[in-house]
Design a protein around this ligand. Structure first.
Ligand SMILES: C[S@@+](CC[C@H](N)C(=O)[O-])C[C@H]1O[C@@H](n2cnc3c(N)ncnc32)[C@H](O)[C@@H]1O
Length: 311
């Protein structure tokens, strides 16, 4: 499969990612970011609800006003891999193969799996290609009283070639100084460049960025990766794409995107979220048709595609 700039903007593929990766040309992608399931053994799910003011409603809001809740739907995927590294390894080896000579690879991973993945990635990319362990720190949800509350994810950055890679320092967003009083007014107003610890809120459960897809990552984190580690016209790949956050960051910044996910719900969310970039949809119906399909029809379309793929 030729992947470099064959479509003006983007491609969304509903499929297991391994056969897709195997079909891609060596050196054809400039930036890869993946956020695989974390092997929690649970089903990751989210319920979409609508609340309406209703005196007899089931919720009480601000100033005691009553609201009625209506469940609009549920989305989710099974997060179970009995042998996590055996699942990841062939995919990581393909990622290394299809990365362009000056390309970068990002693995976003749970702190419980990170160290095993680092050893595997060192083996695949070579230790010299390890560039950074980025800590995405957030502050949301419950706080344990029995240990330090875990409020971070790990993002490993590997360069295909540690001597020649894209790193657009001037494209970095700037962040506020912790003690602005200690630097001059001008410096304080300009802010400073980030380190390898990125403080960023999670996607707000009530904000406009929310798609309803479970485990959606913040656009701000992906925007930083895309802008610093790729150039306009480059191709960005996410083969555990979920709600398509990587695609949105790429398209908004003039990059081509290729998004792969094996979950029909993810494909539907991505097609809707990225509709204005007119992506090519492979393995499932285009957006206009999607809106008319029920979940059962969508799953059938997906199964038919899988059957075709497996032939
Ligand atoms: C943690 S979510 C990704 C969330 C994404 N970063 C976002 O911002 O929405 C992981 C995704 O990997 C997908 N997935 C799991 N196994 C897969 C496979 N073998 N091939 C393709 N996608 C897979 C799941 O369906 C899920 O959508």
């Amino acid at each position: 499969m030729t992947t470099r700039h064959t479509h003006p903007c983007g491609r969304i593929i509903l499929s297991d990612n391994l056969p897709v990766l195997k079909a891609m040309d060596a050196g054809s992608v400039d930036l890869i970011y993946i956020d695989p399931p974390f092997n929690t053994g649970r089903t990751q799910s989210r319920t979409r609800i609508r609340v309406e003011r209703d005196e007899d409603g089931d919720r009480t809001g601000f100033q005691g006003i009553r609201y009625r809740t209506e469940v609009l739907g549920r989305s989710g995927y099974a997060d179970t891999h009995t042998d996590y590294l055996a699942f990841l390894e062939p995919r990581l080896r393909e990622a290394h193969r299809i990365l362009a000579p000056n390309g970068s690879f990002f693995l976003h991973i749970d702190y419980r799996e990170a160290h095993y993945c680092k050893v595997l990635l060192d083996d695949i990319f070579g230790r010299a290609s390890f560039m950074n362990e980025i800590i995405w720190a957030y502050d949301y949800g419950g706080r344990s009283k029995r240990k330090w509350p875990a409020k971070h994810d790990t993002i490993f950055w590997y360069a295909r070639d540690p001597r020649a890679y894209t790193f657009n320092f001037d494209e970095m967003d700037r962040i506020p100084y912790m003690a602005p009083g200690l630097v001059g007014k001008e410096k304080a107003a300009r802010g400073k460049t980030p380190t390898d610890v990125w403080w960023h809120t999670i996607v707000s459960p009530t904000g406009g960025e929310k798609t309803g897809y479970p485990t959606q990552k913040p656009l701000g984190v992906l925007k930083r990766i895309v802008k610093v580690h790729s150039n306009q016209g480059d191709t960005v790949l996410d083969f555990f794409a979920g709600s398509g956050t990587t695609g949105k960051a790429a398209a908004r910044n003039g990059r081509h995107f290729i998004l792969v996910d094996s979950n029909a719900e993810a494909a539907r969310v991505m097609a809707g979220r990225l509709a204005r970039f007119a992506p090519e949809c492979i393995g499932f119906p285009a957006k206009a048709d999607l809106e008319r399909l029920t979940d059962t029809q969508l799953t059938l379309a997906y199964t038919e595609h899988r059957g075709h793929h497996d032939e």
